[in-house]
Each structure stands twice: as structure tokens, then as C-alpha cells.
Design a protein around this ligand. Structure first.
Ligand code: IPM
Ligand code: MN
Length: 349
């Protein structure tokens, strides 16, 4: 019996999660695994009503679950940064979900903004470090509010943190068993402390994986290759900030936020799966948002639980819907409502 914590969250989060749970339910009947869910209300709405974010007791409670399924958090009425740090980053950090795994896979070339790129050209995975770097929240103001003000934001990288991420990426590349190529994406030419550590660690760990070929690309060049030659990539490993940026670009070349999912992974703890597109407040309650990203997140969640057949079946069902039914992956343009898209996936499953 898998216990799954569900956080619908804000905006369109609850709507897409509902479709994801519909698919989870269908997958459980078909593949014979059992699960139960419990809803947790962590959201901007709850913060506005009660002032509450995620606290340490919540973390103790969440540690009793096998996985967390998250819709989206963020409310336009709350000052930027509060929900992000108090809910999303709090969960990632407190549960030590030190990997952010983001597959970039094109399912239908009609939905690719790049000319002449086919599904086999866009199929890679970004392994983003998810607990350190610029996200650590370290820094200070000096002479705040004066004309001499200085704002310092520190990128904090530990050997331990960098190494566990790089090891995960090598293991993942081996297990994925596709082109067996791992690219380190960094900025060794300018950020000479952080990326020296990353590069040294990468080179050392690489010696233990002679079956994996390695490569390096600066982050700016990486964005160029994503557009020009995405077929060069198999698995990419990078830090928290660069990973955040390049995975939004990755989402666009795979067809947009409507299809992009990610996992916040603690390989020995509780992992959390989410569509990466945010709460999309303007589409809330209209039944027009694309639930496929949230459904793909269910696929990733199942894979993480070891239900690999079910995970594969969910992905195959999504591929069918994306290639046979939908007119577009964008909200309001799919040719179907949010609920109908969920139903189509269930039918194909
Ligand atoms: C993401 C998001 C978050 C991040 C924000 C909402 C804090 O952009 O998951 O990529 O920057 O990691
Ligand atoms: Mn982001």
C-alpha cells in the first residue's frame, strides 16, 4: 500500500492534480498496485487566510509517505518569494530532495517550436542540483537603501552536495541506457570557485563510470545547443540556478509548460513530483489548462515507486493523446477541456 501525500495548491494546481489522480486510479486497477492518498493544504490561499506555511511538524508528517504529488503553489496576492521559500523550497530542503529531475522529451513534432526537429532529436534529461547553489539563501545587504548599497548573493557548493548530485547523474545515465553520455553544464570560465569544484568532482567520479562518455558545455552555449542541436544531449548535470533556467527552455522545446513534469528526488527519502508550469492563475477554474504535465508527473512518481510498467503505460497513453487527439498543448487551445484530456489518457491506458 503506497501512501501518497497530495498537495493541490493554488490556481490550476488542484484541477490538474484531479486529472493526475484519475490516471493514477486507472493505473492501479490495471497494474494491481494499491495506494491511498491524503490531501495537504499548503498554498498561497491558506497563507493569506492563516499566515501558515510549511512547518517542521508538517515535515515530520510528510516523512510518513512514500511520495508527494504537488500541483502548483503561488498566489498573485502574496508577495513574491514568500510561498516559494515557505512552501516549495522548504519542502525540497527539509526533505533533502537534492535532485531535481526534468525529462525533456518531444512527443509530437507538430508542437515543437524548432524547425525540422523530430521526437528522436529531443529526448534528454536534466539532473539539476536541488539543495544548494544560489538557492541556499545566503548573502547580505550592505548599506541598504543608500547609493553605496551592495547586495551579495552567495552560491554555496559543498563537495558532498556536488558529489552526490554528480553520482546520481552518472547512475541515472547508466540506468537510462540510451546514448550513455553525460554532459556537465557550468561556467568554468567565469565562476572559477564553484565550477572548479564541480569540474574536479565530475572528472573524479567519471573514472568510476568508464561506460559513460562525458562532455562539458558552458551554460550559455547549452541554451544555444538546446535550440540548434538538442539531439547532442542525453543526460545533463548542472547546479540549481542553471538547472532552473535551462529546464524552462527545455520545457519549451518539448512543447511547452503543458507537458513538462519534474521530480524532486531524495533517493533514500520522500520524493515529490510536479508539473513545472506554476499555478497559472488566469486559467483557474476554466477547465482549459493542460493536465498532461501533471499526468506525466504521475508517471514519474510511479517509476520512482518501482511501478515501472505502470509508469511506461502512463507515458505511452500520454504519447497517444498528444499524437492523435490534441490540436495544441497550450491552455484553451487543446480542442478538449482539462477533464476531457484526463479522460482521454485514461481511455488510452
Ligand atoms: C521551479 C520553479 C521554482 C524554482 C520557483 C517557483 C521557486 O521555478 O521549480 O523551477 O526556481 O526552482
Ligand atoms: Mn523554474
Amino acid at each position: 500500500m503506497y501512501r501518497i501525500a497530495v498537495i493541490g495548491g493554488d490556481g490550476t494546481g488542484p484541477e490538474v492534480v484531479r486529472e493526475g489522480l484519475k490516471v493514477l486510479d486507472a493505473a492501479s486497477s490495471k497494474f494491481g498496485f494499491k495506494y491511498e492518498t491524503k490531501e495537504f493544504d499548503f498554498s498561497g490561499k491558506r497563507y493569506l487566510a492563516t499566515g501558515k506555511l510549511v512547518d517542521d511538524n508538517d515535515i515530520v508528517e510528510l516523512k510518513k509517505y512514500e511520495a508527494i504529488y504537488l500541483g502548483a503553489v503561488g498566489d498573485p496576492e502574496v508577495k513574491p518569494g514568500v510561498i516559494e521559500t515557505g512552501v516549495l523550497l522548504k519542502l525540497r530542503f527539509a526533505l533533502d530532495q537534492y535532485i531535481n529531475l526534468r525529462p525533456v522529451k518531444l512527443y509530437n513534432s507538430d508542437f515543437c517550436p524548432l524547425k525540422d526537429k523530430k521526437p528522436e532529436d529531443i529526448d534528454f534529461v536534466v539532473v539539476r542540483e536541488n539543495s544548494e547553489g544560489l538557492y541556499k539563501g545566503m548573502g547580505e545587504f550592505k548599506d541598504k537603501g543608500t547609493k553605496d548599497e551592495v547586495a551579495i548573493q552567495i552560491s554555496y557548493n559543498t563537495r558532498r552536495g556536488v558529489e552526490r548530485c554528480i553520482r546520481y547523474a552518472f547512475e541515472y545515465t547508466r540506468k537510462r541506457n540510451r546514448r550513455k553520455k553525460l554532459t556537465l553544464c557550468g561556467k568554468t570560465n567565469v565562476l572559477t570557485f564553484a565550477w572548479d569544484l564541480w569540474q574536479r568532482t565530475f572528472n573524479e567520479v567519471a573514472k568510476e563510470y568508464p561506460d559513460i562518455s562525458t562532455d562539458y558545455a558552458h551554460v550559455d552555449a547549452t541554451t544555444m545547443w538546446f535550440v540548434k542541436n538538442p539531439e547532442w544531449f542525453d543526460v545533463i548535470v548542472t547546479d540549481n540556478m542553471f538547472g532552473d533556467i535551462i529546464t524552462d527552455l527545455g520545457a519549451m522545446i518539448q512543447g511547452g509548460m503543458g507537458i513538462a513534469a519534474g521530480g524532486n528526488i531524495n533517493p533514500k527519502g520522500v520524493s515529490m513530483f510536479e508539473p513545472i508550469g506554476g499555478s497559472a492563475p488566469k486559467y483557474t477554474g476554466k477547465n482549459v489548462i493542460n493536465p498532461l504535465a501533471a499526468i506525466c508527473a504521475v508517471g514519474m512518481l510511479l517509476e520512482n515507486l518501482g511501478e515501472e510498467k505502470a509508469a511506461k503505460a502512463v507515458e505511452d497513453a500520454v504519447i497517444k493523446v498528444v499524437s492523435k487527439n490534441l490540436k495544441s498543448l497550450a491552455a484553451g487551445k487543446m480542442g478538449y477541456s482539462t477533464q476531457e484530456v484526463g479522460d482521454l489518457v485514461v481511455k488510452n491506458l
